[in-house]
Write a protein that binds this ligand. Structure first.
Ligand SMILES: Nc1ncnc2c1ncn2[C@@H]1O[C@H](COP(=O)(O)OP(=O)(O)O)[C@@H](O)[C@H]1O
Ligand SMILES: [Mg+2]
Length: 493
């Protein structure tokens, strides 16, 4: 069942309960009112309380006169006076003297013929008897008799006859007004209830429908919309969470796209970088097979070129292998505490021989407290240094090449600078050199020994060591690559 249906059903139940309660209450009110007035039903035993009270009041003064001055009831002026007074209580007076009716109230002469007939019969058959209660003679006529004796010793009876038609009508009117009020009340209750249910359902169901549509849109892979919260309540919170989820999905989709684009670029670059040396190797080998280099010297040169290209390929493949490890995010680092001062001294010593052969001077300067260890993976740190030094070698000038390794102590870090006096990097290129496959001189890239991965890998390794790496360079006069490594704090050990 839908929420909307449920809301409407609960609304219906509420209205039904209200209707039943209201009908019950109004029935109870009318019943009590009826009992209070005292009729219907027509009942000889039970007297209508309202009627009884009216008659009782009149009857006292009339009884006094009947005892003290009975002949007054033969005086037409007096009779008219009393009758006029009684009419206001819907009551008429009848005076019977002996068997004859002496006075018959004009009010009673006007009542409906059927009742009048019964009344006349009743009056005729009534004989004098001690004071009795009011009796009902028809459904609407109630009668009280008062005996009296006139001055000529003849017996008489006074009849006070009350016509309740008017009160019945009042009761009916009252009943009708109760019904009107009831209907009005029901209309108000039903409309208020319906309105409330309508707005509630609008406020709850409509947002849910919007959410459903949004979810379907996402299912279709469309993330390009915005979901604004309609209210600040729980539904608003739900919208916000949904919106967050949508943003996340959109972002991850974009990341996915970028990743795929990166991968394509990577494959293109790799293919290109592998194809170049292979083509060279192929050409030179064909040359050898065709016997092009005739002298031993020429043959050696051919082989040397082939060998160099194989070495380049090998180093490219090694770099690629490392890259794939990064991408898989395998934590392959083996962190140790390293005495960086000694470590760099050893590195310089190892490099010294190779650099001397190429005519490059290497200097190592350290301004560092020997006791302050850093945390690093020795092997990967070596790769960083070699990648930077290799660049200094590859991009050096013809003569007087010099490389300096300078270690400086910072507050909680070791700062390492590797400075060369090579050809430098242009300002434009400076911010890109740490990018993947970036080579400054694309045109010459085929002949440049690197793959464009050296600094990218160095940066990745340094960042994984929680360090920073940056470059400073001036075209034509040299380059400095800086990186920092965190010192081991007392709490780390
Ligand atoms: N010491 C340097 N002197 C001059 N140019 C440099 C130096 N180091 C890096 N570069 C420039 O930055 C680019 C990126 O370096 P790297 O990532 O090591 O790639 P590769 O050496 O394979 O070209 C190089 O192609 C080069 O143009
Ligand atoms: Mg390089």
């Amino acid at each position: 069942m839908t929420i909307q249906k449920r809301l409407w059903i609960s609304n219906l139940i509420l209205i039904l309960i209200t209707v039943i309660l209201l009908i019950g209450v109004s029935l109870a009110i009318t019943e009590n009112f009826r009992k209070f007035i005292g009729f219907p039903p027509y009942d000889e035993q039970r007297q209508p309380p309202v009627l009884n009270r009216t008659l009782l009041r009149l009857d006292r003064s009339i009884m006094k006169t009947a005892e003290a001055e009975p002949d007054q009831f033969l005086n037409n002026d007096y009779l008219k006076q009393i009758d006029d007074f009684l009419i206001s209580s819907h009551t008429g007076l009848i005076v019977k003297k002996g068997d004859k009716i002496f006075y018959f109230s004009p009010f009673l002469a006007e009542i409906d013929t059927n009742n009048k007939h019964i009344l006349q019969q009743q009056i005729t058959k009534t004989i004098q008897k001690p004071d009795d209660d009011t009796i009902g003679i028809t459904e609407t006529l109630y009668m009280k008799t008062i005996p009296l004796t006139f001055s000529d010793d003849s017996e008489g009876i006074l009849f006070l006859v009350n016509d309740t038609t008017a009160i019945s009508q009042e009761l009916k009117a009252f009943k009708n007004s109760v019904i009107y009020i009831l209907i009005l009340f029901l209309i108000i209750v039903i409309s208020i209830n319906t309105l409330i249910t309508y707005f509630l359902s609008k406020q709850i169901v409509n947002p849910i429908i919007r959410l459903k549509n949004a979810a379907q849109q996402i299912q279709r892979g469309d993330y390009n919309f915005q979901l604004k919260a309609p209210t600040r309540d729980e539904i608003g919170a739900l919208f916000q969470s949904f919106e967050e989820a949508r943003k996340q999905l959109k972002k991850s989709e974009e990341t996915q796209k970028k990743y795929e684009q990166n991968r394509n670029e990577l494959i293109t670059n790799i293919s290109h970088d592998l194809k170049t040396p292979i083509t060279t190797i192929k050409g030179y080998m064909e040359g050898i097979m065709d016997g092009v280099p005739q002298s031993k010297e020429k043959q050696d040169k051919y082989l040397q070129t082939i060998y160099q290209n194989v070495i380049n390929m090998e180093s490219l493949i090694e770099d690629l292998f490392l890259l794939s490890k990064f991408d898989l995010n395998q934590s392959f680092y083996q962190f140790e505490k390293v005495n960086i001062k000694d470590y760099l001294a050893d590195c310089s010593e190892e490099l010294q021989f190779d650099l001397q052969e190429k005519g490059i001077k290497l200097k190592y300067k350290a301004n560092y407290d020997k006791q302050k260890l850093i945390r690093a993976d020795r092997q990967q740190l070596k790769r960083v240094i070699l990648n930077i030094i290799n660049n200094a070698i590859n991009y050096r000038k013809e003569r007087d090449s010099q490389i300096e390794i300078i270690l400086t102590e910072l507050e909680q870090e070791a700062l390492i600078e590797i400075r060369d006096n090579g050809r430098g990097i242009s300002q434009n290129a400076l911010e890109n050199i740490f990018g993947r496959f970036y080579k400054e001189d694309k045109a010459r890239s085929n002949h440049s020994p690197g793959s464009g991965l050296g600094l990218y890998i160095a940066r990745k390794i340094i960042l994984d060591h929680s360090g920073l790496i940056w470059a400073r360079s001036e075209a034509g006069s040299g380059t400095s690559i800086f990186f920092t490594l965190k010192q081991v704090q007392a709490k780390d050990s």
